[in-house]
Design a protein around this ligand. Structure first.
Ligand SMILES: O=P(O)(O)OP(=O)(O)OP(=O)(O)OC[C@H]1O[C@@H](n2cnc3c(O)ncnc32)[C@H](O)[C@@H]1O
Ligand SMILES: [Mg+2]
Length: 212
């Protein structure tokens, strides 16, 4: 199964959740392990649209079952932004430090009680309904979503995770997302929840592969 992400830390989280679900018969491989193919722009209006864009283009290019996550932080005081623009909020894709600095600046006058935010993940799984070439195969699609509520801190805390984790205080936690262990983050995170909801579909896919 192709895991269509260029974000190494996200990829590691996806692999971790798959590993702990103990699905035998699926070998997740990253985009770096397949020949380059033209990737479609992530220009959807929603996380779900973007997850489907990534998963479908991976499936189309390789014929492999393809899993993709699209995710981001929706901040109440910013009317849900950065949202689907999270990876490039400060202008340069994947510049976590600049994204975090910009978010902090935008919220500098926002009091604690209005600093609510939530991470969202949409995970899409796309695969062929039967063993046939991608051009003639029927496309099977499963999508699951996860949400992780919390608030935006006033300064970064912690070194783990990635992206906005140092600025995110999960609901009910006294540690930022970047201060949680990997297992703690996976148990509660948007991505952990979304991906675990796909486990039955992934198991089915694995069993189908093993029957061949
Ligand atoms: O599209 P791919 O190649 O998978 O990698 P990406 O980093 O571009 O991923 P997205 O398009 O889904 O954008 C997600 C951004 O949202 C933020 N984000 C998502 N999940 C996060 C998490 O668990 N912790 C912190 N920030 C997160 C972070 O800035 C990500 O770069
Ligand atoms: Mg992206």
């Amino acid at each position: 199964m192709l895991v269509a992400s260029r974000n190494a830390k996200k990829l590691a989280e996806l692999r971790r959740v798959l590993d702990s679900a103990g699905i035998d018969g699926i070998e997740p491989i990253g985009l770096d392990e397949v020949p380059d193919f033209p990737e479609e722009p992530e220009d959807g209006a929603t996380f779900k649209d973007n997850a489907l864009i990534k998963a479908r283009s991976g499936w189309k290019a390789t014929g492999l079952a393809c899993l993709a996550d699209d995710s981001g932080l929706a901040v109440d005081a910013l009317n849900g932004m950065p949202g689907v623009l999270s990876a490039r909020w400060a202008g340069r894709h994947g510049d976590d430090a600049a994204n975090n600095a910009l978010l902090l600046a935008q919220l500098s006058d926002v009091p604690d009680e209005r600093r609510g935010a939530a991470f969202f993940s949409s995970c899409a799984l796309v695969y062929s309904a039967r063993d046939s070439a991608p051009s003639t195969a029927t496309l099977m699609t499963r999508v699951a979503e996860g949400r992780w509520a919390g608030q935006v801190l006033r300064e970064p805390r912690g070194e783990r995770g990635f992206g906005y984790d140092p600025l995110f205080l999960p609901e009910g936690s006294d540690r930022s997302a970047a201060e949680l262990t990997a297992e703690e983050k996976d148990a509660d995170s948007h991505r952990g929840r979304a991906l675990r909801a796909l486990v039955p579909a992934l198991r089915e896919l694995a069993e189908r592969g093993m029957r061949r």
